[in-house]
Each structure stands twice: as C-alpha cells, then as structure tokens.
Design a protein around this ligand. Structure first.
Ligand code: UDP
Length: 267
C-alpha cells in the first residue's frame, strides 16, 4: 500500500475531499474501475476502503482508523449521506460507488481468469458467495474462501491460507468496519495482494442472507432506509447517521459564521 494516493505511481491523481476531517475521494465508477485495473496490472499491494457516514463517525473517535482512511490507495464514497454532506459543506461528489455494487462491477469487469479470495462473514457465507460469483462471472476464478475471525491472534493462520491460494489478484474482506480495514492494513505488508477491499455486508447480499435492495431503491439512494426496514436490529447503529447529520450541519453553521466574521472584519 502506498502512503498517499497521489504519490502512488500505479494510481492516477484523485481529488480528495474532507468530511468532518475524514477523507473521501471524488471518483466516478469509470475512474474507480480503471484504477482497480491499474492496481491489478501493477502487481503491487493496494488497499481500498469505501467510506460511508458510519466510517466518518468511526474516524471521529478512532485516530488510527482516520489515519488509515487517509493513506489507503482509493476511498470512493459509499452512501447518499456523503453526497448530501459534501453539498452542505460546499463540496461536490460526482458519483457514489457503494461497496456492495463495487464487487458486482468488478466481477463484470473481471477478464482473463482473475483470481479472488473471499475472507470473512458467518460460516458458509463466503463459500456460497464463491459459488454464486463463479456462476455469474465467467472471467473469474475463486482462489479460496474462508470465514475466519478478524482478531490479530488469527492473522498467521488466515495469511497462511491466503498464501497457499496464491496467485490472488483481489482479496475481499467481510468483517465490517473498522475490523476488516484494520485487518487488511495489518496483513497487506506480508500478503502483498494487488487489490484488497473491505466489503462489509456485501457477502450477505450476494449469498442471499440479507435481502437485496431493489433497483428503484438503489436509484433513489435509499439503501440505508431499505436496510433499516429489512434488518431492524440496525436501528442502534443507524443512530450514527443522525449524529453524522447533526455534526455536518454544525460544521456548516460554524463555517458560515466564521465566513461572516471574516467579511465583517475586512469591511
Ligand atoms: N463479521 C464477521 N466476523 C466478525 C464481525 C463481523 O465475519 O467478527 C461479518 C458479518 O458476518 C457480516 C460482516 O462482517 O457479514 C459485516 O457486515 P455489516 O452488515 O455489519 O457491514 P456493513 O455493510 O454495514 O458495513
């Protein structure tokens, strides 16, 4: 993993914005897919995170997570909440690149026998995802699947499994944030997989364990509401979204007051 997106020779410069001090990249689908393609061709290790408002809230209290988000190779915006926040803060995100859809688009684009390793989720889920992905995407080989656990005490065992399955072009890790992203950062120096992505609950969607949002829900950017209705136990976690909205509005108000003060002083 490079230290800075814009100094990585295999990455094109990407415009970053800050939302509540946390990094989000203004990248389109096309830019994301071509960036991933370059990462794979380079053979060098890369890490991708797909920040959503929950990530931004974790970054408020967890400096290590905030620093990691800042130094991964690509951080496309996942979730309408970020697009709204960017607008309120006078920034612009051209497109959303939700992590769940990213896996499918990468599958669509996977040509020439690309090899993926699927790590994480509950027992049996990664295996079911492997079967489903192979069925859907002819250009894809599943190098291995394993549920495992995200704690550092399991790192050696999990890395040995992934090593044994090499070559691996893409590693998808489904342990939820922040564990999945910290897992990748901790283990990429020895694994050196060209593309490693934390994918949250995506395996559950693909394996049919969580209900898939219908296309209209995706088009209206209401995936968060759909998940709240279909998985009501999430309500406590989704309170983070309310806190996120409150912080964004407060930040916008603070900026507008300080802009007014500057204007008054310079009169
Ligand atoms: N998970 C896991 N081990 C853990 C914690 C989480 O395998 O110790 C998996 C969990 O089964 C789920 C995924 O991590 O498949 C996290 O999904 P969640 O819906 O919380 O992620 P989101 O999409 O909301 O980021």
């Amino acid at each position: 993993m490079s230290n800075q997106t814009d100094t990585d020779s295999t990455a094109s410069p990407v415009r970053r914005i800050a939302i509540l001090g946390a990094r989000v990249d203004d990248v389109t689908w096309d830019e994301t897919l071509s960036q991933v393609d370059r990462f794979i061709k380079s053979g060098q290790p890369h890490q991708i995170m797909t920040p959503n408002p929950e990530f931004i809230m974790i970054a408020q209290r967890d400096a290590a997570f905030r620093t990691l988000l800042d130094r991964v190779d690509l951080a496309p915006a996942d979730g309408i909440g970020l697009k709204w926040a960017a607008r309120v803060l006078g920034e612009r995100l051209r497109e959303l690149v939700p992590g769940s859809e990213l896996v499918e688009r990468l599958g669509d684009a996977a040509a020439g026998g690309q090899r993926w390793f699927l790590l994480g989720a509950a027992e049996g889920v990664a295996a079911a995802v492997g079967v489903e992905l192979r069925r859907r995407y002819g250009g894809l080989q599943i190098a291995g699947v394993w549920s495992g656990a995200p704690g550092p005490e399991h790192d050696d065992e999990l890395c040995a499994r992934i090593e044994a399955a090499k070559p691996v072009d893409v590693l998808l890790v489904a342990y939820g944030a922040p564990q999945q992203d910290l897992w990748i950062a901790r283990n990429q120096p020895r694994l050196r997989i060209p593309v490693a992505i934390g994918v949250g609950g995506t395996f559950n969607f693909i394996a049919g364990r969580s209900r898939r949002p219908p296309r209209i829900v995706k088009r209206l950017n209401l995936i968060w509401l759909f998940r709240l209705i279909t998985e009501p136990w999430r309500w406590r976690r989704q309170l983070a979204l309310v806190r996120f909205a409150g912080l964004v509005l407060r930040e916008a108000a603070v900026r507008s007051v300080s802009a007014q003060n500057t204007g008054t002083r310079s009169m």
